[in-house]
Ligand binder design. Structure first.
Ligand code: URA
Ligand code: SF4
Length: 204
């Protein structure tokens, strides 16, 4: 199938990539979403955070992690001693995927075809920012960058080497923490996310 490679600018820079991605139609998600949500943040960041896919509010605003999951992430970054403006934040898939339930748009997990189609954008971002620490938030970026067999429940917080970054780790997605109904478990997951982010800060 087609991939985002087809839309890649000749001379990549972060602004050129974001502009080119706004015209990407390598998968069907561009037809239902409002707009592309490209990565943003410090172009010289030592830490890059990779989420799954923009949510409802991100789709409307055109910016990553500005909804409920983003607020929790900001809180956890602050507890880990890093500011949002210090890092670069992006997603594995750049267009929002959803199912309509009445007036609500419910987030739907991207499939492997969509992840594959979109991954040239992520690889290009990583190639430009060249982080010292790459943090995967949840299973989607972890499986895209660390392999399909990666299990977040088994290998969360473990430092690994990838072709994009010598120090790559995966941790809980903040949305998974928000969804957790068991309050005790939720608190524990949040502590683990903060601990993993702190590890990223200390090693970068
Ligand atoms: N969840 C994500 O994975 N990314 C966002 O940008 C927002 C919510
Ligand atoms: Fe292109 Fe990614 Fe959007 Fe699909 S989700 S159209 S690959 S930018």
């Amino acid at each position: 199938g087609e991939t985002a490679m087809h839309f890649m600018p000749d001379e990549p820079s972060l602004p050129a990539l974001a502009e080119a991605a706004s015209r990407c139609s390598a998968c069907d998600l561009c037809h239902s979403a409002t707009q592309v949500v490209f990565g943003e943040g410090n172009p010289n960041a030592r830490i890059v955070l990779v989420g799954e896919q923009p949510g409802d509010q991100e789709d409307i605003a055109g910016r990553p992690f500005i909804g409920p999951a983003g607020h929790l992430l900001d809180e956890c970054l602050a507890l880990a001693g890093v500011e949002r403006s210090d890092v670069y934040i992006t997603n594995t898939v750049k267009h929002f995927k959803f199912t309509e339930r009445g007036k609500r748009r419910l987030h739907k997990k991207p499939n492997s075809r969509e992840v594959f189609a979109c991954r040239p954008w992520l690889e290009a971002e990583l190639g430009l920012v060249k982080p010292e620490m790459l943090v995967c938030l949840g299973a989607t970026p972890a499986q895209a960058l660390l392999g399909r067999d990666f299990r977040i429940t088994k290998s969360r917080g473990q430092m690994m080497q990838t072709e994009w970054c010598d120090q790559t780790l995966a941790t809980w997605h903040p949305a998974a923490i928000l969804r957790m109904s068991d309050g005790e478990r939720r608190g524990q997951m949040q502590e683990q996310l903060v601990g993993d982010l702190r590890q990223a800060v200390e090693r970068s």
